[in-house]
Design a protein around this ligand. Structure first.
Ligand code: MF3
Ligand code: CO
Length: 356
């Protein structure tokens, strides 16, 4: 059979036809295979002047934080794609141009808003769109797709529905959704990392329509995920379900933490403390603050007309977080996996309506 021999590349040096078994180290890093093999150091050196141009000409992938103390195996995979455009016709939140959510800062510490029927109608619409976009993104999950490609799908599905993707330029966040893989707790930035068999990925979608935001996320399995990973995802889903089942007027915002932490710890998992659920309406993040851990001191009593999220982040190992130098990506401090589910909720007279 000639097939085995045919797989050995020919030396990339111009006038050399030798079998080539040495690969250019830069090409290895950038995952370039074409024209990257040489028969000898000699041919490699001779060709360098020409060869190196293919590193910059091709879509070179690189880790922007090569000296960073990563806690798990995941690496940032740059370059980020260019900023995606928003059609003029789409209504934008205040931070879309400036990066600064000024209205959120001005409202800080204010009372929890009670929405009227018209405002609730807009919340329902923003949340319906958010759910649709999340479903579209989830359907795109497969081995080999990059998180940037998922972001493109999310961006297009959002603007197709006349909505603005709330994450885009929120405190300068560069993309239209968050994609958080494996040890990433939340706020992962979509980049050139292809999904791999066995990954878990959280996709967090927020859509702004008619002046109101919806917010939802889910964690999805990529190919074959091990038993503990599947259990982590299932228990996290149950944590959210159990907390939602407790929502009704008169309950305190601080009460969800115990429900969530009891369920997580029963299965040997821990609860993230640095990131909480939040009020959501014309502001993306506002009062109340909704911790997911027990013995918290959150302020506020649930009343009809309140809109807020519950979005527990549950970890295989420790709950402590560690921020990447991009200022966004939060991973676990032990590099073990974390999962999350989120819904936007409306409090009714008797209980709760899941808007997403
Ligand atoms: N959607 C996230 C949440 O659940 C917030 C993302 S903010 C971003 O609250 F800037 F990171 F997109
Ligand atoms: Co949220």
């Amino acid at each position: 059979m000639a097939t085995a021999a045919a797989q050995i590349p020919v030396c990339a040096s111009v006038e050399c036809q030798n079998e080539a078994r040495l690969q250019c180290p830069t090409c290895v890093k950038q995952r370039i295979t074409e024209g990257s093999y040489f028969c000898s150091q000699d041919c490699f050196k001779k060709s360098w002047g020409m060869h190196k141009s293919q590193h910059t000409q091709s879509k070179a992938l690189y880790d922007p934080f090569p000296t960073f103390n990563y806690k798990g195996p995941l690496r940032a995979c740059y370059p980020l794609s260019p900023r995606r455009a928003i059609p003029e016709s789409i209504q934008k939140p205040d931070y879309a141009e400036t990066g600064i959510p000024k209205s959120e800062f001005m409202q800080r510490g204010g009372a929890i808003r009670v929405l009227n029927e018209n405002e609730i109608k807009h919340m329902r619409e923003a949340c319906r769109i958010t759910r649709e976009v999340l479903e579209i993104a989830a359907k795109a999950v497969r081995v080999g797709i990059t998180t940037d490609e998922i972001d493109r799908i999310v961006h297009e599905a959002t603007i197709e529905r006349g909505a603005y993707p709330s994450p885009l330029n929120y405190n300068y966040f560069p993309k239209s959704c968050c994609t958080s893989l494996n040890e990433v707790i939340c706020h992962g930035i979509p980049d050139q990392r292809p999904l791999e068999d066995g990954d878990i990925i959280n996709i967090d979608i927020s859509c702004f329509k008619n002046g109101f935001h919806g917010d939802a996320n889910g964690t999805y399995l990529v190919g074959n995920v091990d038993d503990r990973g599947r259990e982590l995802v299932q228990v996290t889903r149950e944590c959210l379900e159990k907390a939602i089942a407790a929502v009704k007027p008169g309950v305190r915002y601080r009460d969800f933490g115990k429900i969530i932490e009891d369920h997580a710890t029963k299965h040997g998992f821990s609860v993230v403390r640095a990131f909480c659920g939040h009020g959501i309406n014309e502001l993306f993040h506002t009062t109340p603050n909704v911790p997911h851990y027990a013995n918290n001191k959150a302020i506020g009593i649930i009343k009809p007309g309140h809109c807020f999220t519950i979005e527990p982040m549950i970890c295989e190992g420790v709950w402590q977080d560690h921020l990447w130098p991009d200022g966004w990506t939060a991973t676990t401090r032990d590099g073990k996996r974390s999962a999350q589910f989120e819904h936007t909720l409306l409090v009714t007279e008797t209980g709760v309506e899941i808007l997403t």
